[in-house]
Design a protein around this ligand. Sequence first.
Ligand SMILES: [Fe+2]
Length: 217
Amino acid sequence: MKKTRLNRQQGQAAELTGTATTGQPFKEGELAFPEIVAVAAAKEKLLLHIREMEELYKVLHKRVQELDKARREHQDMFLAAMETLARTLEAKDGYTRGHSERVSGYAVHLASRLGLEKDTVEKLRLAASLHDLGKIGIHDTILNKATPLTATEFALIKQHPDIGARILQPMAPLKELLPWIRHHHERYDGMGYPDGLRGEAIPLGARIIPWPIVSTP
Ligand SMILES: [Fe+2]
């Protein structure tokens, strides 16, 4: 009876391990029955662990997809808010209506021709669409004045790059763009504003935003 039970257990162990049972004495290198059982148990434990890891991977993968979707939605909402800001300016300043969009198009084209990274090109697109935002802080009578500006009025207009950068300063994702916006009226010869920067001292993004081509002051 004991022998029969032992043979059945040996048979089960053989199934688990793929080892044939012959009833012959173990040869050198063959596993003894207790070792076979231990190997089978370890194999079972390993398979269980692999299944647990697979389940964990599925949960993590789903969570990553959810986070990625939330990130994209957040980014879309942020860009929509920025677009709203740009349109707010255009509603206030009729002369710049369509101006930001045109400047943005030129900036993207130029940045692409320069071979800049896609991420940088997209940042330039955003910076260019917001570059004149500071005009929100300039009085309508000056912005929409049909006759030439006085020196005092022009001095006020010249504050708009700095005002724009200060409006956007609390927005952490725009940190890199602020110097491009603040210096978009600098000139390579140092005759621009607000700081009279010259040549390559002007941030690259500010050199690419092409205000002189389709410019308002
Ligand atoms: Fe400007």
